[in-house]
Design a protein around this ligand. Structure first.
Ligand code: F6R
Length: 614
């Protein structure tokens, strides 16, 4: 949800800002802008749409900023105001001497705007951010000190923000602060960076300081000064980031999404390393810090997540209840946080988030932590705000996911739940040893089975071409694959904009069946197991209403040829692991349909990878 970057040093700032914004494009991409200190002026350049448009604007002004070495930049995901040039950041105060970039939402912006307008400030945009530019400028007029102005202004802001500010009176200074939004400072030789996320700076340095809420940092090329909201100086806590420079290469694939789908066999192998050595050995999950005694007597689990992570959580519920007999509630974080939720120190709360930044999940986790629950976080970002709140942390190690639609991080989250559920079953001694060995053997075979799917995608591509023109799509499944139906439909919606819905197949006849006719494709996730026959009957019901039937199946049953118009076959697998095997073709189906329709697969409209606003 918006990416910000700041730089002060001795290099050409525009290149650094643009490159940094490119690494942050996953956070939003509907407009962008930079402000740079050019001799005695802060100059602002902005463009609507993709970052390329900003590059084009800049190429017409090259002579103006060649020597500039200090600046701030922003890539936007619009919340307040349409994605236009006027609403793009940086925003400036009335006289244009102060520029600001912001990630987050200023909740009291209306009151502030009214007050500042009545005091003579001229507003040019519809954004919440612009009030911050005017507010800081007012404080600066009183104090003549930029750090102090930011500190005083921050006290009047409500909501979430990460801010970078610069001013004409300062040759090469950036002031940054944050509350409930990510911001880190990169420390180079004679240079400092401020950024929403590591990929924007890792090329330049792996030494960094994560800002805590309400801290204010002042950066010049040779100095970093950190204070708290009471203006007391703090000692910066510098860390070495466990990151390699990020190679954001498509490796020959047309899109990052396709590359990331193809990385999934290795993603599965990676998460198993060190945790599952052999089928007859116990799972090692040192990441879980609850004592075995506590785990044995745990009587309740809540899992909180959003979107794709929520679907992984639903599979997790199924697994934990199935293997361990512990009741599990799964809830969308956004629903969890605005009601009286019953949780306590006897409840294990699991937060699932690929980014570790999602505002709703973060708030939900904070709430349950305050109530004394043990917090287990499953994330692809062990350096994230959510990971920092964890009492136990399972890092899914999927590697950076560039495409906005989550694929490999989902499969990695599923794997984390398999490991967790089986680990808990071993601790509780509630699953027969022979069965555990069979399950672990199957788990170790998953990478090869996924490889087999990826090696032959002809049927999936054929299906994509056949159904690409449809306006609506229904996915049905039962049991452990109901979340697969939801996730398959979500993938299709996100990147092709086709209206796709996942249903538990038994629910079809309670309403949705009214929509079925010869125009409606119904994709049935028909995996061998306890609900196979039931789902077959539900598919017959849909066929009887003339729906266009597609099966995704590991069954060898010949009679499926009569029932289904298209069949996507996958390798056989134990039912409990079928969500992994079934999901990969559904990711590919969504991908090929979107690609066939010529959609922007990696950066679908209106979306951002990291949702840091509630
Ligand atoms: C869909 C997708 C989103 C995210 C959701 C939660 O492809 O990526 O639905 O899953 O925004 O994000 P995280 O997992 O970062 O908390």
């Amino acid at each position: 949800m918006c990416g910000i970057i700041g730089y002060t040093g001795n290099k050409s700032v525009v290149d650094i800002l643009i490159d940094g914004l490119r690494q942050l494009e996953y956070r939003g991409y509907d407009s962008s802008g930079i402000a740079v200190k050019c001799d005695n002026d802060v100059k602002v350049y902005k463009a609507e749409g993709k970052l390329e448009n900003l590059c084009n604007v800049l190429s017409n002004h090259k002579g103006e900023f060649e020597t500039a070495t200090c600046g701030i930049g922003h890539i936007r995901w619009a919340t307040h105001g349409a994605p236009t040039v006027l609403n793009a950041h940086p925003h400036t105060c009335t006289c244009g001497h102060l520029a600001i970039v912001h990630n987050g939402i200023i909740e009291n912006y209306k009151e502030l705007r009214e007050k500042l307008s009545s005091e003579g400030c001229t507003f040019r945009s519809q954004t919440d951010t612009e009030v911050v530019a005017h507010l800081v400028a007012r404080k600066y007029a009183q104090t003549k000190n930029l750090t102090e102005a930011v500190r005083m202004a921050a006290k009047e802001l409500e909501g979430a923000y990460a801010l970078c500010v610069m001013h004409n009176d300062y040759k090469n200074t950036i002031v940054a602060t944050k509350r409930n939004a990510p911001l880190l400072v990169g420390i180079g030789e004679g240079e400092f960076f401020a950024a929403s996320d590591v990929p924007a700076i890792i090329k330049h340095t792996n030494r960094a300081m994560y800002l805590n809420d309400n801290e204010i940092v002042t950066l010049t090329p040779d100095k970093m000064t950190l204070i708290n909201s009471d203006a007391m100086e703090l000692a910066p806590k510098i860390e070495v980031l466990p990151w390699e420079p990020v190679a954001l290469s498509k490796m020959g694939y047309k899109h990052f999404m396709l590359k990331e789908i193809h990385e999934q066999p290795d993603v599965i192998r990676n998460i198993l390393v060190g945790k599952l050595h052999a089928p007859d050995e116990e799972i090692v999950l040192n990441e879980v810090k609850l004592t075995k005694e506590t785990l044995r007597h745990l009587h309740r689990i809540q899992i909180i997540a959003c979107g794709t992570s929520l679907h992984a959580a639903m599979v997790g519920k199924y697994l934990i209840e199935n293997f361990c007999g512990i009741p599990v509630d799964v809830e969308a974080s956004s629903e969890y946080i605005y009601r009286r939720t019953v949780t306590d120190k006897h409840t294990l709360v699991i937060g699932v988030s690929q980014s570790g930044e999602t505002a709703d999940t973060l708030t939900a986790i904070k709430q349950s932590k305050e109530k004394g629950s043990h917090i287990l976080i499953i994330t692809n970002r062990p350096d994230s705000a959510m990971a920092r709140l964890a009492d136990s942390l399972i890092s899914v190690n999927a590697g950076i996911e560039v495409s906005v639609a989550a694929t490999k991080s989902y499969i990695a989250q599923l794997m984390a739940f398999y490991l967790l559920a089986l680990y808990m079953a071993e601790v509780k001694e509630c699953v027969d040893l022979g069965m555990l060995t069979t399950l672990k053997t199957e788990m170790m075979l998953l990478p090869q089975k996924v490889e087999r799917i990826l090696a032959n995608t002809d049927d999936i591509q054929k299906c994509a071409r056949r159904y690409a023109a449809t306006k609506d799509f229904i996915y049905i499944a039962r049991g452990i694959n109901y979340p697969t139906a939801l996730e398959g439909a979500l993938k299709l919606k996100e990147i092709s904009y086709i209206n796709a819905t996942g249903y538990p197949a038994g629910e079809l006849k309670h309403g949705p069946i009214a929509m079925l006719d010869e125009t409606m494709p119904v994709l049935s996730i028909l995996m061998n197991g306890c609900v196979y026959e039931k789902l077959l009957s539900n598919s017959e019901e849909a066929k009887a209403r003339n729906a266009r039937m597609i099966a995704l199946t590991n069954s060898k049953d010949e009679k499926l040829n009569d029932l289904f118009d298209s069949i996507i076959r996958v390798p056989d697998v134990i039912e409990l692991f079928s969500p992994v095997i079934a999901m990969v073709p559904l990711q590919l189906l969504a991908y090929y349909i979107a690609e066939f329709l010529g959609k922007d697969v990696d950066q679908p409209r209106n979306l951002a990878k990291s949702v840091t606003v509630e």
